[in-house]
Unconditional design. Sequence first.
Length: 278
Amino acid sequence: MARPLRLEFAGALYHITSRGNERKAIYFDDTDFELFLTLLGKVCEQYNWVVHAYCLMTNHYHLLVETPDANLSKGMRQLNGTFTQAINRKHQRVGHLFQGRYKAILVDKDAYLLELSRYIVLNPIRANMVQNLEDWPWSNWQAVMGKAASPAWLATDALLSLFSKQRKNAREKYAAFVQQGKGVPVWNKLSNPIFLGNEDFVQSHLARLHEQNELSEIPKKQRRVAAKTLAEYEQATNTRNAAIVAAYRSGGYTLKDIGSHFGLHYSRVSKIVTKIKT
C-alpha cells in the first residue's frame, strides 16, 4: 500500500499519533515520559512549533501541533529518532521503538481545534487507565488547569482565551467542555484519510497538495530567485498585504519573520497569505 502523502505548509495544524512497534510500550518508567517532553520542547524550539494539546499514553502519544513554518516531517524525524536512540541507550535495547511512520491528520483549526483538544486529554479516561484526568500527569490537562507549570511551547493561554478572558472563568468553562466530551465521536467526521474538515477545507488542501507535488519535480535552483529585504517588498507594493504575500512567496522568510517585521502574529500573516492565494 502506498504511503499517505504529507501536506506541509506554513500555519498548518496537525493531529499526530505515533504508536509503539507491535503496540508495545514506548515509555517504561516516569523518567521516559519526562524525557519525551524534554525532547518535544527542544524540537518545538528548533522548528518553531506550537503545541495546543498532548497526551502521552503507555504505548503511543497524541500531539496537536501547529507549524508556523512548513517543517512537520523534519521535526517529527528529529523527535521520534532522537527519542528512540535515547530509549534504546537507556534501556539497553535495539531495533525500532515506533511502529512505522507517524500518522498525521491535517485539521481545520477553526472548526476542530477545541474538539481535538478535549479528545486528546480524554484518552486516559477512554482507555480506563484513570477515572479522573487529574490522576494522569502526562497530558496538557495539568498545565491548562494550573496544576503544573506550562512550558513555553504549549499554547495554554491561547486555548483558555477561547473560553474567557478571565483565567479562572476560562478554566471552569474548559473543564466543563472537556467533561461534556466523554463519548463524543470525532473521527466519524474524517472525510479523507489525511483531512479533518468540511468539503471546502478538503478540496482546497487537495489542490494545495497537487501544487506541492508539482513543485517537487522542479529543481530547487529553478524555483525562486534570491529574496529581497522585507523593507524592499514593502516599498515595492501598494498595500501591506501585497508586501506580505510577495515576501512569503519569495521563499526567503517564515511567517514569523514576516509577522515580526509588520507587527503581526504569524497566524494573522498565514490568513493573509491564504486569503490572497485563494
